[in-house]
Design a protein. Structure first.
Ligand SMILES: Cc1ncc(C[n+]2csc(CCOP(=O)(O)OP(=O)(O)O)c2C)c(N)n1
Ligand SMILES: [Mg+2]
Lengths: 157, 629
């Protein structure tokens, strides 16, 4: 399993606003220098981190288990292929990011920030989309986890 | 030896009164300049300490030439009174203004440093948080000693939270007018009066003893809250010869009338499907009464035990929706409603909970209950005793006994099914992100359960920042299983509160778990030392998302809404560059630790080690890198 010792950036890392080329370059560098654990492994992962997508959707898009918490409204969707309509295609994804910016920028009707082309250009959207679509969707079987034990323990009581 | 001027002070005139500032007694040897500062001068600006005063505070202590050194000081009597009131712990950061009390606690001939035992805190906010956690776990007040203006102000936010959270605490404020003038005030209590329930500044030893007892009574009488007594240092040092301990008075809890109790009993017994809905009672005795009432009447019960203290045990067979949700009489006991302590059909007029005397509506943003003045107030826990009596007095015939038994059995079966059905759905949802790194907050909770499920445990911290997964996954069966949130959503609470809960647990074979946000931790990490020093059974689980993540999300939203991109939202909201080494901090304070754990597969081993250490009577910290929520 990949362990992400999380949350960027290494010392001297420039502020995130930079070109895709630079992002790609840094990501390549990170592959080239795999010993550095703080760098996101790919350009997509890097964008996902820098733009704070993880903040509400989790580091692997699994959501944030906030159904019991009162901190986010509406609850952020799980970013897994097939689980949210905004991910049906890259066009829809881009349109969602942009529409929010161009149509109702100040309207907090949904909690998600919006992303104009100035802050996330089309090429970056493309890379980010690919990264999100790549999230692993598998879940272990209940019995393989302590959750299975938990259920059994309750049943035995 | 009182200064008669003092009685003319208005107690609302902190630093602005018209009398003399704290000139109750001039102790021999004190520089005359150090006393009798006119308050008018103080109101413009408190006087900075003189060189001589600073020297007394920072250099080799020159013993004050106290005229009345006595073998039987007033503070001995105060300590005996605390003992008689059942106070187990007094927590403080040491200060000369209560050195008399301090010395009496640790050296009282009959009970040196036991009942009460002196607990050492590294910050006054921690001290009050400890009392807050202890108060919620036990329903009993811990005493906090605070040093005059400075200590009290350090403690202020924590006092505020305990007040909002209706938790009993007795604050003893040391005051020494012979010394640093900036530490004294005409009216010390004014600093926190809007959010304490009752205060006094006694001028004689008998008055001080009465005031301490009254503070204790007021703290435990609903609405429970912090209360405060300014204990002038000369009263602590005065001779107790000829002064007797006051006779103990029982707190008077507001009760419903016998007629009301009979009405409730007859409704419960007459209903074919009665229900109790239980919020937060005051003490474990109240929980026992609620259990007894449910069992006697065959009522199914709703609980808040997975959200806060002193509610109905979740695994009790009667706890749950019951065999049918078609209830024909529902009795509410201390539900989260701001105004009602007991509620139910036809009970509207007798259930006002009188909060009018507390006077906190502005900060609380909540107007007093309409008509609160006319309604009689009643405490559910005390009134339960009357209701139980009325139920028992109503007697029972064979038909009723058998229908209650049948109903209870049907409830038991159905409630168990309901619990398991809910749990099945809840565990399924937690599989999401199970193997992810950083560790999912669900796994943070789930992996701990096998190690404590069959132990006596308590969650001392708030849990809402880390997902609160215990609420759905664990069974909360003790009055102290879950102590709930901080009161006023003030950050910095969890560690201190958990240490207080661990004090309540220490001598009972119980262990305490603290799900500890990293942002929250960094306010007053010194509470770790208290846990190590007093050998407390406390497991600290760091929910280390390396951020004040709640605030990150707010800033991030706003940057996006303003169209300026979210890529700088981490500035000022994250704990990066450098990362904080919690294990090293813990070890620095004498607490063993593991971490940071990034691989969820390593969590169980870390918990195993942690629980082993905690069960041996020492605190342990597991630093876990977590998903943000
Ligand atoms: C005394 C105080 N200061 C600041 C805040 C604002 N605040 C609310 S949540 C939060 C972040 C808490 O950080 P942490 O405990 O790490 O929880 P996280 O949100 O990261 O899960 C802050 C600073 C507050 N509520 N109380
Ligand atoms: Mg945090």
């Amino acid at each position: 399993m990949q362990i992400m010792t999380h949350l960027l950036p290494p010392a001297g890392f420039p502020p995130a606003r930079r070109s895709l080329a630079a992002t790609l370059g840094l990501a390549l560098l990170s592959v080239w220098l795999p010993a550095h654990p703080l760098l996101a492994q790919t350009a997509g992962a890097s964008l996902y981190l820098e733009h704070g997508c993880y903040g509400c959707h989790g580091h692997q898009g699994k959501g944030t288990h906030v159904e019991q918490a009162n901190n986010l409204f509406p609850k952020p969707p799980v970013l897994l292929a097939g689980r949210t309509p905004f991910l049906v295609s890259e066009d829809v994804f881009r349109a969602y990011l942009r529409l929010r910016a161009e149509q109702q920028p100040q309207q907090p009707s949904v909690m998600m920030p919006h992303y104009s082309a100035e802050v996330l250009d089309d090429a970056e959207v493309s890379v980010l989309y690919a990264h999100i679509m790549d999230f692993p969707v598998d879940e272990p079987a209940l019995e393989e986890t302590v959750l299975g034990w938990l259920l059994e323990h309750a049943q035995a009581r | 030896m009182e200064d008669s001027d003092k009685s003319t002070l208005t107690r609302r005139g902190f630093l602005g009164g018209t009398g003399l500032a704290g000139t109750a007694v001039v102790l021999g040897g004190m520089a005359p300049a150090a006393v009798a500062q006119p308050a008018a001068a103080a109101s413009a600006s408190a006087q900075p300490p003189s060189a001589a005063q600073l020297a007394r505070d920072t250099e080799v202590v020159e013993p004050p030439a106290v005229s009345g050194i006595t073998r039987r000081p007033g503070s001995d009597l105060m300590v005996e009174l605390l003992r008689d009131l059942g106070v187990e712990f007094v927590v403080a950061n040491p200060s000369s203004s209560f050195e008399g009390l301090h010395e009496s606690i640790i050296n009282h001939p009959a009970q040196p440093n036991r009942n009460p035992e002196l607990i050492t805190a590294l910050h006054e906010g921690s001290a009050v948080d400890m009392a807050h956690g202890y108060g919620k776990a036990t329903g009993k007040p811990m005493v906090v000693m605070l040093h005059a203006t400075v200590g009290l102000q350090n403690a202020a936010m924590a006092i505020y939270q305990a007040f909002v959270d209706k938790t009993p605490i007795v604050l003893l404020i040391g005051s020494d007018d012979g010394f640093i003038q900036a530490h004294i005030a005409d009216d010390l209590a004014a600093l926190v009066r809007p959010y304490t329930k009752w205060d006094a500044a006694p001028r004689t030893l008998p008055e001080a003893l009465d005031a301490i007892q009254e503070a204790w009574i007021q703290a435990v009488t609903p609405p429970c809250a912090p209360t405060l007594v300014v204990v002038d240092s000369h009263l602590q040092k005065a001779s107790a010869e000829g002064v007797a301990l006051p006779s103990l008075r029982q707190p008077q809890f507001p009760l419903i009338s016998t007629a009301d109790a009979e009405l409730i009993a007859s409704r419960l017994l007459g209903a074919s499907n009665p229900r109790l809905d239980v919020g937060r009672l005051r003490t474990p005795a109240g929980v026992e009464r609620a259990v007894r009432l449910a069992e006697l009447t065959g009522a199914c019960v709703g609980t808040r035990a997975n959200q806060g203290p002193m509610s109905f045990p979740q695994s009790h067979p009667l706890c749950g929706p019951g065999a049918s949700t078609d209830y024909d009489f529902v009795l509410g006991l201390e539900l989260p409603s701001p105004h009602f302590s007991i509620s139910g059909p036809e009970l509207g007029s007798l259930t006002g909970r009188d909060e009018a005397g507390v006077g906190f509506s502005i900060v609380r943003g909540r107007p007093a209950a309409p008509g609160a003045a006319e309604r009689r107030s009643a405490d559910a826990e005390a009134s339960l005793a009357l209701i139980l009596e009325a139920v028992l007095a109503a007697g029972s015939d064979a038909a009723r006994t058998s229908s209650i038994r049948q109903r209870s059995e049907a409830h038991g079966t159905r409630n168990r099914e309901a619990r398991l059905t809910t749990l099945r759905a809840q565990v399924q949802r937690r599989l999401r992100g199970w193997d992810a790194s950083p560790v999912s907050t669900a796994r943070l909770y789930a992996e701990l359960w096998p190690f404590i499920a069959d132990e006596d445990w308590c969650i001392g911290s708030q849990t809402n920042f880390s997902g609160g997964h215990h609420a759905d996954l664990w069974a909360h069966d003790k009055p102290y299983s879950c102590l709930g949130s901080s009161g006023a959503a003030g950050i910095g609470y969890s560690l201190g509160a958990s240490v207080g809960a661990a004090l309540a647990a220490r001598d009972h074979g119980r262990l305490v778990v603290d799900f500890q946000g990293d942002g929250d931790f960094n306010f007053m990490p010194g509470a770790l030392w208290t846990a190590a020093h007093h050998r407390l059974p406390l497991l600290i689980v760091m929910h280390n998302n390396r951020a004040w993540h709640q605030e990150l999300m707010f800033v991030q939203y706003l940057t996006g809404a303003r169209g300026r991109g979210t890529d700088r939202a981490h500035i000022g909201t994250t704990l990066r560059d450098p990362f904080v080494n919690y294990r090293a901090i813990a070890e620095g304070y004498g607490v063993e630790g593991i971490g940071p754990v990034a691989d969820p597969a390593e969590l169980a081993a870390a918990y195993r080690r942690g629980i082993e250490v905690v069960k041996s009577g020492r605190p342990f910290l597991v630093d876990v890198l977590t998903q943000p929520r």
